[in-house]
Design a protein. Structure first.
Length: 174
């Protein structure tokens, strides 16, 4: 009898903890493709803007960056309180709206992005704070170190980065 009471007590205590834990899991990060709106949001919330130049359907290092950094709770927790996240995609197989394609190409030119993936950190006034070219498997902490301390981690580029396609079906004028 005493053993049954102990089991019931453990169950009564454990159930609310399990429910609470499942309810506090982080929601997925929200990335926008609207640069202008992101800048407005960053100004309003006192955050920085993180630009992610990516090739969502062809870039192997972009896939790794998503899997090893952006999908991790440690990155999500930090990003939610510090960044407005912007995806600037250069896909090969899928077509983006013309307005998004033009915006992405204009920003690629403005920031002289030659390799994919490239991350650029801006303040709310659009001043460039950091540039990270490529992904070398540094994980969440390594990447955040590069973004937050560019003097300590100078701008780097690697030969394993990919160049965005010069002219894909979605990047030609229509």
């Amino acid at each position: 009898m005493r053993l049954n009471c102990l089991k019931i007590l453990v169950f009564i205590v454990a159930l609310p903890l399990a429910v609470l834990t499942s309810c506090t899991k982080s929601a997925p990060l929200v990335w926008t493709d609207d640069y202008a709106a992101a800048v407005v949001q960053a100004k309003a919330e006192g955050k920085q803007v993180l630009l992610n130049f990516t090739g969502s359907d062809w870039c192997v290092n972009c896939f790794r960056l998503d899997d090893e950094v952006f999908s991790k709770p440690e990155f999500a927790d930090y990003a939610r309180s510090h960044y407005v996240l912007v995806t600037l995609d250069f896909p090969i197989k899928k077509e983006l709206p013309d307005k998004v394609t033009k915006q992405n190409q204009d920003l690629q030119t403005k920031y002289a992005v030659a390799n994919i993936p490239t991350l650029i950190l801006l303040d709310a006034q659009e001043k460039q704070l950091a540039l990270v070219q490529g992904y070398r498997g540094e994980g969440v902490n390594g990447l955040l170190d590069e973004l937050n301390d560019p003097a300590h981690h100078p701008i780097k580029s690697t030969a394993t980065d990919s160049s965005p396609p010069a002219a894909s079906a979605n990047s030609t004028a229509k």
